[in-house]
Write a protein of this length. Structure first.
Length: 467
């Protein structure tokens, strides 16, 4: 039976090309950034007018973006930035649950060392966050968040002059919310509008702006982006396209205010989303590639021609060491991540990337939302093309499942090689055992929060089963 037109690859490639052309016409016209090189990257730290914009797209997996090889036209704006910036091709989040993942991202520490692995834990005051370093360097620091797991009560507001949820103006009448979780009546459009207002009022100051976008988590889209189908996976793609248009609008606001030529932009995510690759949907349940492989894209105040791709394995714990190094600001300490500036400069100069044998780490306590249950750890280690996953039984019996995948011959990581490769399995098992012995770096244990019913209801509304 011949394939229907929408089952073929070429219509999506054509649509992607047309959308990219449309976005290019909209962005390049105000995008008057000069061309740059390795030398301009090195000179970023000398600039006294440089701003920092960090956009966190909640629940975005890398392989659903055109710049990461996806044939559907889900992300023309993000792809444009990648085309003229730096794309980290093999980037890992540290957990598949937002709060634990974001605690690692902001502290540059693996989850067990950051100490935020359960629903009532937060970052202690002794933790030094990037916003504190930037504030000390003279930046006005503003955070606009839409996910309750990164609320101030959990310690994430440290260093921000302003840290708040955008005021909701209601979900547009044309919008479709397939997975309604956030109940305050706000959308990412409210966050973008709040950012635009900040730029109008404070844009002439030196600033750091953090936007935590949430529409994708809600599968929120509108008729103009509903071009892929009706399954959950299709709607997810439609929601990515709508989020991409929000970013396009924000870039337009930056261009209008003359900020594109003096702003360093980072776009990342806290985790991905599963679509029955292993028989389940969602996230915050385990640690496989579909919930761990996330994008990281850097856009400079100039265009790189062509853009750079870093094929080395990188992690979210590397994000802030890299940005702070670009600005020549004090590093986070202690840190499990490291600056990737050497790889960026090597790629910009056409030289081989530095050799590395590092092991990437992700962690999840499967019982994070059920305090009456004992912790049930899942740990994922990545080295080269191998992914090792160790999963303990949720019932507390101590039984565990060990799996070993090899992306070199199995890109979807579906075949388990654990029994077939005993040497690699044993080596990674021993590394995992050492990782599970990790303790928090803080002098005092991370604070345990007594959440009131309002806070619990807000978090339950995100779709998580909290008693």
């Amino acid at each position: 039976m011949p394939r229907r037109w929408y089952e073929s690859r070429w219509p999506w490639l054509l649509a992607a090309a047309l959308l990219l052309l449309s976005i290019t016409l909209r962005i390049e016209r105000p995008d008057r950034r000069p061309s740059g090189s390795a030398e301009e990257i090195e000179r970023l730290a000398q600039r006294k007018d440089l701003n920092v914009l960090f956009i966190l797209i909640d629940m975005l997996r890398a392989d659903r973006l055109g710049s990461y090889g996806y044939p559907r036209a889900t992300s023309p704006t993000i792809d444009y930035l990648a085309q003229h910036g730096v794309r980290f091709a093999r980037h890992l989040s540290q957990s598949s649950w937002t709060k634990s993942s974001m605690a690692s991202l902001w502290t540059s520490l693996y989850p067990l060392r950051a100490g935020v692995t359960r629903y009532d834990e937060g970052l202690p005051e002794e933790a030094q966050l990037p916003a504190e370093i930037l504030k000390q360097a003279g930046f006005r620091t503003v955070g606009l968040y839409r996910n309750g797991w990164v609320a101030p009560s959990f310690g994430f507001a440290q260093g921000f002059d302003t840290y708040e949820r955008p005021i909701g103006t209601g979900v547009p009448a044309t919008a479709i919310v397939r997975n309604p979780t956030v109940r305050e009546g706000a959308t990412d459009l409210d966050a973008v509008r709040a950012a635009a207002e900040f730029l109008k009022v404070r844009g002439k100051e030196r600033w750091f702006l953090y936007l935590h976008l949430m529409d994708l988590h809600e599968y929120l889209y509108d008729p103009s982006t509903a071009i892929f189908g009706s399954s959950y996976s299709d709607v997810y793609d439609s929601a990515i396209l709508r989020t991409d248009r929000m970013i396009q609008q924000l870039l337009g606001d930056l261009a209008t205010g003359g900020h594109l030529s003096n702003t360093l932009i980072a776009i990342g995510s806290d985790h991905g989303e599963a679509f029955l690759e292993r028989g389940f949907e969602g996230h915050a349940r385990n640690l496989y590639r579909e919930t761990q492989e996330v994008p990281l894209i850097l856009a400079f105040p100039f265009r790189l021609e062509p853009g750079l791709t870093i094929e080395t394995r990188t992690q979210n714990v590397d994000l802030w060491p890299t940005l702070l190094d670009l600005l020549e600001l004090p590093p986070l300490a202690p840190s499990d991540g490291r600056s990737r500036l050497p790889e960026i400069l090597a790629a910009a100069r056409g030289k081989p990337l530095p050799e590395t044998q590092e092991t990437a780490v992700a962690f999840l306590d499967q019982t994070w939302g059920t305090p009456q249950m004992k912790p049930a750890h899942t740990l994922s280690l990545l080295r080269g093309s191998l992914r090792y996953v160790l999963t303990y039984d949720r019932a507390g019996s101590g039984l565990k499942l060990e799996e070993l995948f090899d992306a070199s011959g199995d890109p979807g990581e579906k075949r388990d090689y654990f029994a077939e490769r005993p040497d690699a399995s044993l080596a990674l098992h021993e590394l995992a055992a050492a990782q599970l012995e990790s303790e928090t770096v803080w002098q005092e244990p991370p604070p345990k929060l007594e959440l009131d019913e309002l806070q619990l209801n807000q978090l339950r509304a995100l779709g998580y089963a909290i008693p």
